[in-house]
Design a protein around this ligand. Structure first.
Ligand code: FAD
Length: 368
């Protein structure tokens, strides 16, 4: 659609997602403060239920099922087709600024100054700086370029890099993450850099490295994304970042963003006004699971939530606190549909000493 002058209303940090997946997780992008979630732009879809019924869902037709399916984690039926609004663009380029910031307070300042004039904003963050500043990073903001002259300028295709094998587990540790952060932060010498770039590297930088997850080694990683309401943002961030440093956990890719106040249309949608942080932790078994349970407690205290799309371990208790509307949602689940996620977050744990993961895996293997 880009060569025809149209762009997605909301796009995540990877282009390898389907429309069904974008609806089922009610995904958000760098423009959440301006455009809300993907679901805000969906006007209609058809849902196939396990009894063979095909239901057209929209804000006016089967409206409760429409709200349950947006952010409904694939549990209400199969989306066969969907209709959603695109937005017009003049060319496929983005005018982009990279601005270095040296504290969380400076992040808030740049963010406040950018929300009005920039459609897209997000930040890469280095958590290891510590002290009063809490973090440092690079604030990225952008708008669609408006020049007709660029409409016919061809985009140079770059061949993607690929990680051909898993890196050894020891390759990613606090020291290597600190070294990477230092290099990345200082690679930009000036406070602010302005460039016009094709949309692809602006929105999807990780897609240019195929199999990038192999850098976490054979045991892989867990992504942890939370949102905390603005009222508690500074103190909760201070607590969470302190815990991460204390635990010696190095998040290689950390992304910080402000969610705006456009209501999400789905019953179980994750985005809500506040500060959202996405972290990647190399997986080291029980140690990582226990550590993330501790972070959950802080998120619960603030009235925030964890993003189910990125989750592989949250407990039933955490989920039901983050999403108290889950019982209302459950009425719309297709009677023949389930998932290991849903069983984990709705079945109280039999033995609290067993890991969430082990309990979920064993439940999964028992029920087809
Ligand atoms: C590098 C990277 C960056 C990301 N950045 C972001 C981001 O910025 N913002 C964000 O919100 N998310 C982000 N994500 C998460 C991603 O956008 C979501 O997980 C998305 O839902 C994946 O879509 P998919 O098509 O791959 O679906 P899958 O992963 O295959 O499935 C996701 C869910 O959608 C359901 N589903 C899929 N198709 C259908 C269908 N036809 N009918 C009903 N249910 C269906 C599945 O059952 C499942 O519950 C990122 C992921 C990666 C790997």
């Amino acid at each position: 659609m880009v060569p025809r002058g149209w762009f997605l209303p909301v796009t995540p940090g990877t282009k390898f997602v389907s429309v069904g997946g974008a609806i089922a997780n009610d995904i958000h992008g760098k423009n959440h403060h301006r455009s809300g979630t993907f679901g805000c732009h969906v006007t209609c879809f058809e849902l196939l239920r396990s009894n063979g019924q095909r239901l057209t869902c929209s804000p006016d037709q089967n409206s409760e099922l429409f709200r349950a399916t947006i952010g409904g984690l694939g549990l209400t039926g199969i989306i066969l087709w969907a209709e959603f609004r695109l937005k017009p663009i003049i060319n496929p380029y983005i005018d982009m600024d990279h601005i270095r910031f040296s504290s969380l307070d400076e992040f808030f300042e740049i963010s406040a100054a950018s929300d009005q004039d920039f459609e897209y904003t997000m930040s890469w963050v280095d958590l290891f700086i510590g002290g009063q500043n809490l973090c440092r990073g690079i604030f990225m903001r952008g708008n669609h370029n408006q020049s007709q002259a660029l409409a016919s300028k061809p985009i140079k295709k770059r061949l993607p890099l690929a990680l051909p094998f898993n890196l050894p587990t020891f390759a990613l540790n606090t020291i290597t993450v600190k070294a990477f952060n230092e290099l990345y932060y200082h690679a930009q010498r000036r406070k602010r850099v302005h460039k016009t770039v094709p949309y692809d590297p602006f929105f999807y930088p990780l897609d240019s490295i195929h199999n990038w997850y192999r850098m976490y080694g054979k045991r892989g990683f867990l992504q942890y994304q939370f949102v905390i309401p603005f009222d508690h943002a500074r103190e909760a961030m201070s607590e969470i970042l302190g815990r991460i440093r204390h635990a010696g956990e190095g998040s290689f890719l950390t992304v910080l963003k402000k969610f705006g106040d456009i209501p999400s249309p789905g019953m179980l949608s994750f985005p809500r006004p506040g500060l959202t942080l996405a972290l990647d932790f190399a997986y080291s078994g029980q140690k990582t699971l226990q550590f993330l349970n501790e972070l959950d407690k802080i998120v619960i205290q603030t009235g925030g939530a964890i993003y189910p799309a990125k989750d592989a371990r949250m407990s039933a208790q955490s989920f039901q606190t983050f999403y108290p509307q889950w019982k209302q949602f459950a009425q719309h689940i297709d009677p023949h549909f389930s998932s290991s996620f849903w069983r984990r977050v709705t079945t109280p744990q039999i033995n609290p000493n067993r890991s969430t993961e082990a309990a979920a895996l064993s439940r999964h293997s028992q029920s087809p």
